[in-house]
Each structure stands twice: as structure tokens, then as C-alpha cells.
Design a protein around this ligand. Structure first.
Ligand code: NAP
Length: 326
């Protein structure tokens, strides 16, 4: 496993990491979580991602129980969580980054995770109604109180991130240090274009999510929706349109010959492609069973094999023209 600095911070994160969205509680109980997290840790993963919203708080509970059983030294791993959507319908408790919600939210997350602190706390989405200044102050205080060591953003616009950094600098507060954006072969624009100045001018970190587009880039949806897949889960009907999109499926199919040439699977190739981007601090992977994790952890061996020529071939398959890349 290779380790990369999380932006300009002093901490290093495994280039492949693990997150619990969809899987923990819905597909994975505590026993399986212990098995999957242990396999990840043994492969060198030191970054475990969660969010209060995942399975309405139950995902944090499962991870907390698993961590208790795993008994790892706290210094040997990082846990992250995220706040925004909330778990209750009170007027100040939904879709907000107000001070009260953030502080109550981190306290509740820590209780579910059975931890004294998380390593990174993210604002899971931007909140257009709370002044960014209020959010920055609350995140600063949470760090000062030792409940989180760093804070970050998730799916914020570059302008909003720069505004948060500027407010923090003006008042000598802890700045956000990393984004958590979607980044995969289908979803490149925001990461590669809009965020370019964040990486260049601010050394912002990135912990990227859904590297396999919810599993689509594994090729598992090429012949329909498998019964044991994410898209077949109750409540995930919204994925059907994407995983049955003929144009997207044709692109995934066309990747197979490149994977064959490299002697790897489509999952490994798609993860390796994300790893090739030096602006990525860590690729947060997901797995509903331990075999997937074992397969995915080998992506690090494939990344060095992706030559410029291969990357160009991949761009052609995904309809990215050379002038767009500049
Ligand atoms: N900040 C945000 O807003 C946000 C949003 C989404 C995710 N995230 C984070 O990023 C993490 C990863 O996202 P993701 O779960 O969407 O990642 P992903 O890699 O796009 O999808 C993971 C899913 O694909 C399938 N899969 C993975 N490896 C496979 C393999 N080798 N063979 C066959 N199927 C395989 C599994 O689903 P099935 O077995 O069920 O098909 C697995 O749960 C999340 O856990 C979360 O921590 C953050």
C-alpha cells in the first residue's frame, strides 16, 4: 500500500481506503464488518469513512462495534464522518450546517462510533442558508475541543471552499483541508476542471468517492441487474436508470480489452485509473463482501502499468477529447 499526504496536512492516508455507505447495516452486519475491515487493515488501509446519514446512524453503530472488537491501536487508523442531512425532522435539524446542529451532530456521531474523536469531520454538503462564517467557527471549535482533528467539505463548489478558507485565514481558525468528491470514469468534470485551482493554489486534499460508480464499472450490470447487487436493494431504484444506460454500458464493455491486456479485472482497472491522478489523496472504495475488497486492494499494482497511451485509449472510450483535457 502506498500512502499519500492528505493535501497539505501532516497526515498520510492509504491511497486506497474503505467506506461504509449503503453496505453497513443494509448488507453487512457487525460480524462481516469486522471481517471486511480487518482485510482492509491487513492490506494497509488506514482510513475508514462513514457518515451520520448512512443507514440513519446505524452504519456508525456497526463500525463502532466492529472497531471495539478489532481492538486496533487508535493511532494506527483514521475514522471520518460527515454531517448535513440530519436524523430528525426538527426545524433546525435537517439539511443544515448551523452551529447547534454541527456540535450536537458530532457528539451523537462519537457516541455511535464509541470514539473520543474522529480524524476528519466533513460538512456532507454545502448549506446555502447558513452563513459560511458560522459553519467555519463551529468546525474550528469542534477541532479545538478535540472532537475532530481536521475538517473537510463534500461536494461543495470551489467558490464555497475558497470562501471558507478565506474566512478561516482572516480569523486564524482551522481551515478545511480536504474535499470528498465523486470521481470516477463517468464523473470527471468537477474534479478535474472546477477543483483544479483548489489543488494548485491551496494544496487542498481529496478523498474521492464512488470510484466504481456504485459498481457499474465492475461490469456486473452488463447483463442486467444481479439480485445481490446494490441496484437491486430496496430504496435504490434511483440507480436503475444509470446501471441500465446502454451508452454507459457500452463504454464499460469496451474497457474489458484494456483490462485483459493488463491482466486485471474491470474493477481494478477503474480504481487504478483514479489512483493515477496525483490530486487524489485517497480513493474511498466500497465492498459488500470481503472477496470484493481483496480484488480491489490489488488496484495499486495496476496503476503503474497505466501508460499515457493506455490513458488516452480510456479517454477515447469515455468520449473525452484531447482539447478537453488541457
Ligand atoms: N461524500 C459523499 O457524498 C459520498 C457519497 C457516496 C460514497 N461516499 C463514500 O465513498 C465510499 C465508496 O463509495 P461507493 O460505495 O459508492 O463505491 P463504489 O466503488 O462506486 O461502489 C461500491 C460497490 O460496488 C460493488 N463492488 C465493489 N467492488 C466490487 C467488485 N470487485 N466486484 C463486484 N462488485 C463490486 C459493491 O456493491 P454490490 O456488491 O452491492 O453490488 C460495492 O458496495 C462510501 O462507502 C462512502 O464512504 C461518499
Amino acid at each position: 500500500m502506498n500512502y499519500r499526504h492528505l493535501g497539505r496536512t501532516g497526515i498520510r492516508v492509504s491511497e486506497l481506503s474503505f467506506g461504509s455507505w449503503v453496505t453497513f447495516k443494509n448488507q453487512v452486519d457487525v460480524k462481516d464488518a469486522v471481517e471486511i475491515m480487518a482485510a482492509a487493515y491487513d492490506a494497509g488501509v488506514n482510513f475508514f469513512d462513514n457518515a451520520e446519514a448512512y443507514a440513519s446512524g446505524k452504519s456508525e453503530e456497526v463500525m463502532g462495534e466492529a472497531l471495539k472488537k478489532l481492538k486496533w491501536r487508535r493511532g494506527s487508523y483514521l475514522v471520518t464522518t460527515k454531517i448535513f442531512w440530519g436524523l430528525h425532522d426538527g426545524v433546525n435539524e435537517r439539511n443544515t450546517l448551523n452551529r447547534k446542529r454541527l456540535i450536537e451532530g458530532i457528539n451523537d456521531s462519537l457516541e455511535r462510533l464509541q470514539l473520543e474523536y474522529v480524524d476528519v469531520l466533513y460538512c456532507h454538503r454545502p448549506d446555502k442558508t447558513t452563513p459560511i462564517e458560522e459553519t467555519v467557527w463551529a468546525m474550528h471549535n469542534i477541532i479545538e475541543w478535540g472532537k475532530a482533528f481536521y475538517w473537510g467539505t463534500s461536494q461543495w463548489d470551489a467558490d464555497e471552499i475558497v470562501a471558507a478558507i478565506n474566512i478561516a485565514e482572516k480569523h486564524h481558525l482551522h481551515k478545511p483541508v480536504t474535499e470528498q468528491p465523486e470521481y470516477n470514469l463517468f464523473e470527471r468534470q468537477r474534479f478535474e476542471k472546477q477543483y483544479a485551482r483548489l489543488f494548485k493554489d491551496y494544496g487542498y486534499g481529496s478523498t474521492t468517492f464512488s470510484p466504481l460508480a456504485s459498481g457499474m464499472l465492475t461490469g456486473k450490470y452488463l447483463n442486467g441487474i444481479p439480485e445481490d447487487s446494490r441496484a437491486a436493494l430496496k430504496g435504490y431504484d434511483w440507480l436503475h436508470e444509470s446501471v441500465t444506460d446502454k451508452e454507459k454500458l457500452a463504454r464499460v464493455d469496451a474497457l474489458q480489452s484494456i483490462a485483459d491486456e493488463l491482466g486485471c479485472t474491470l474493477s481494478q482497472l477503474s480504481l487504478a485509473w483514479v489512483l493515477k491522478n496525483p490530486n487524489v489523496s485517497t480513493v474511498i472504495t466500497g465492498a459488500s463482501r470481503v472477496e470484493q475488497l481483496h480484488e480491489n486492494m490489488k488496484a495499486g499494482e495496476i496503476a503503474p502499468k497505466l501508460t499515457l497511451e493506455t490513458l488516452k485509449q480510456i479517454d477515447t472510450i469515455f468520449g473525452v477529447k484531447e482539447e478537453e483535457e488541457e
